[in-house]
Design a protein around this ligand. Structure first.
Ligand code: NAD
Length: 308
């Protein structure tokens, strides 16, 4: 399958590297020139628990070099989704599907506005990766990836893409209810990301303090009310327990929001707690806790790194 990946950072490189190693025709497209040049010169190095692997996907900064792809995967941070979706438009053939496994709420809708909703496949992944430097990433945890059509149902192309990812070592399930998947992951990120960003705690440490457990529970309970108002059935019972359980299971992780703040980068807050606040406003559900978390992260984004 000819696959173009827009945003070849930690996750785009992990998926692209694995797919290239499985024999797919992979093109990585990124705005980061040094990274693209290094992959072209030396290949993409993936550090795994079983040692380093080198994959050789094609890599470019110019979408015009790629031509139409059968599958486009968008793996930029949600702050760059609109730009990446505009780029995806230039890679479309008659049957191109565009997949997003980004965190947050609203990415699929932004992509659908650019390429048409019938092309969009969305989902979640429990794979984890970290960017180590130009041309080098580390594969963190593995876990299932779930993908679904925006319009629902299991289609032949959905099963084909799930099989292609699974063959590449990324275990993937074709799922009929994408809204449930996305909200399920969104609520986990709503509970963990902003709170770790603000406190500087690792994920597991949120469970060690009564105060952080309480804020996590309040943020998650609000999110569940918004999901209910949106008519979404979550993929798990007891959301607060579920989110605390994930915080403990990923105890040593510094969340991406915490890493973005300490790296002086813009965070994905607008696609996580911020998106929840906007959905709450649309549906008439008050979300004061998530509003405060969003404002605090936005304030921290403006401060010098030494202050957090
Ligand atoms: P990252 O910052 O490592 O990579 C993003 C890449 O996109 C960068 O290389 C950047 O140069 C590139 N980019 C930015 N704008 C671009 C544009 N307009 N065109 C092309 N490339 C562009 O981010 P990541 O950690 O790989 O995360 C990507 C998404 O996956 C996020 O939504 C994140 O929340 C989600 N996610 C990450 C993990 C993880 O473990 N890292 C796990 C699950 C989900």
């Amino acid at each position: 399958m000819k696959i173009a990946i827009i945003g070849a950072g930690a996750m785009g490189s992990l998926f692209g590297g694995r797919l290239a190693l499985a024999g797919e025709e992979v093109w990585l497209l990124d705005v980061w020139e040094e990274h693209v040049r290094t992959i072209g010169d030396k290949g993409l190095s993936i550090a795994t628990t079983a040692g380093d692997i080198v994959a050789r996907p094609r890599a470019t900064t110019k979408a015009g070099e790629i031509g139409p792809a059968e599958l486009v995967i968008i793996f930029v941070k949600s702050t760059a989704t609109a730009q990446a979706a505009a780029t995806a438009r230039t890679l479309l053939g008659p049957d191109t599907a565009v997949l997003t496994l980004q965190n947050g709420y609203g990415n699929a809708e932004t992509i659908a506005a650019a390429v048409g909703a019938d092309r969009v496949i969305a989902g979640t992944t429990a794979q984890g990766a970290t960017l180590l430097g130009p041309g080098r990433i580390m594969h963190g945890g593995s876990g299932e990836t779930h993908i679904g059509e925006l319009g629902g149902g299991i289609t032949a192309r959905l099963e084909k893409i799930a099989a292609c990812l699974t063959r590449a070592g990324i275990a993937t399930v074709a799922d009929g209810n994408v809204a449930s998947l996305i909200w399920g992951k969104l609520i986990v990120n709503v509970g963990i990301n902003a709170l770790t960003g603000i406190t500087g705690l690792k994920n597991g440490e949120l469970a060690d303090h009564e105060e952080t457990r309480q804020v996590l529970a309040l943020a998650v309970e609000e999110a569940v009310k918004v999901a209910d108002a949106a008519g979404v059935a979550l993929p798990y019972a007891n959301p607060v327990e579920k989110v605390l359980g994930i915080a403990v299971a990923t105890a040593q992780n510094r969340s991406s929001m915490l890493q973005d703040l300490s790296g002086g980068r813009k965070t994905e807050i607008e696609a996580i707690n911020g998106a929840l606040v906007r959905e709450g406003e649309r549906l008439g559900v008050a979300t004061p806790v998530n509003q405060v978390l969003t404002l605090l992260i936005k304030a921290l984004e403006k401060l010098p790194r030494t202050n957090h």
